[in-house]
Write a protein that binds this ligand. Sequence first.
Ligand SMILES: Cc1ncc(COP(=O)(O)O)c(C=O)c1O
Length: 409
Amino acid sequence: MLGPHRLALLAAAGGAGWLAYQLYLRSRHHALPMLTLQALSELLGTLLRGHPHVALHLRGASSSLRPVGEGLADLVGNTPLIRIRSLSEQTGCEILAKAEFLNPGGSVKDRVALEIIQEALAKGRLAPGGLVTEGTVGSTGVSLAMCAAAYGCRAFIAMPDDAAVEKAQMLQALGAEVQRLRPVSITHPDHFVNVARRRAAEQPNAIFADQFENPANFRAHLKTGEEIWEQTRGRVDAFVSGAGTGGTIAGVSCYLKQRRPGVQVFLIDPPGSSLYNKVARGVMYTREEAEGKRLRHPFDTITEGIGINRLTQNFARAQVDGAFKGTDREAVEMAQYLLRNEGLFVGSSAAMNCVGAVKAARRLGPGHTIVTVLCDGGHRHLSKFHSPSYLAEHGLTPAATGTLLNFVA
Ligand SMILES: Cc1ncc(COP(=O)(O)O)c(C=O)c1O
């Protein structure tokens, strides 16, 4: 039996359909502007979606489809926010993650590369035919190479030679010039960041992207924060992230706290990084860890893209309430956990972020909504983080099974 509510709804839908058809007929004869039609159909859609019975049927329909975009730039950002069921059930919190691996360059760094290049073009510091240089372990390089090409520019990327080899191969395939360098301290002139900076200074129409210090990085992630706010409809209690440049945690924390100061922001820091000390104790590093004193690796972790021993301009903007330390084993086990329980194949920083989300859930207690970032996919990490032989060599062969999170300390 059709109740009075359903009858009224059917009548409204029928009337709306008739109206739309009449408008369509008139538009063919009297050239009614298409925009008017579009606006009307959107209005009808909005009215109908508001009804509880119709909402179910229309969910995921045309409103969630993107309109025609303008090339590569319109593919960047606006990533889905997904609920990680297993982590949510095990912690009693809603654990949500931004699927940044769905950006066209495969990582969260597309947002940063696009903002840096668009700002430089807008300010006249870069023009088509120009060169964008950067020192990076790879993800930002891929994003810069793609975004530079989209604006008729080229890319030069300097990176340490112990970064996963497929990162350099990918950059070369994208047409970037790549220089791989022995890892040295940032104070050394041959540090990959300094090499990239010099290269831009040597020629006209060239910019050093400078993702660590460039505030465009932070600005790119204000948008990430806005997306999280919109996608959760403001129902977010905490945000957790590792930091490399600090752009993600800075931009997201500033946006969310501006909307609601009570949102908690936590850092998850890998072994060897000094940011945990900075947040938890107010000091950057112990004397032995100071930049320039470590001989080879600036820090000692399997994770890539996160962890640093200096305070960047971008991290300095972050509004962080607390910090957790994460171990390589926790990250490796988490990556396998996400694959086993969710079919999610993520990179090392994304896995570490999920470790951080679990630690935040335990600190806050059940019932909270915690958001983190899946920075990139696992395919970028086949020679290290997702290599069984590499993991075995480093005593990191994953051992956990099932759905329990006992491996997170
Ligand atoms: C894969 C990956 N994850 C995470 C990060 C860290 O993000 P942010 O630089 O915004 O702190 C980076 C930075 O390079 C990265 O490449």
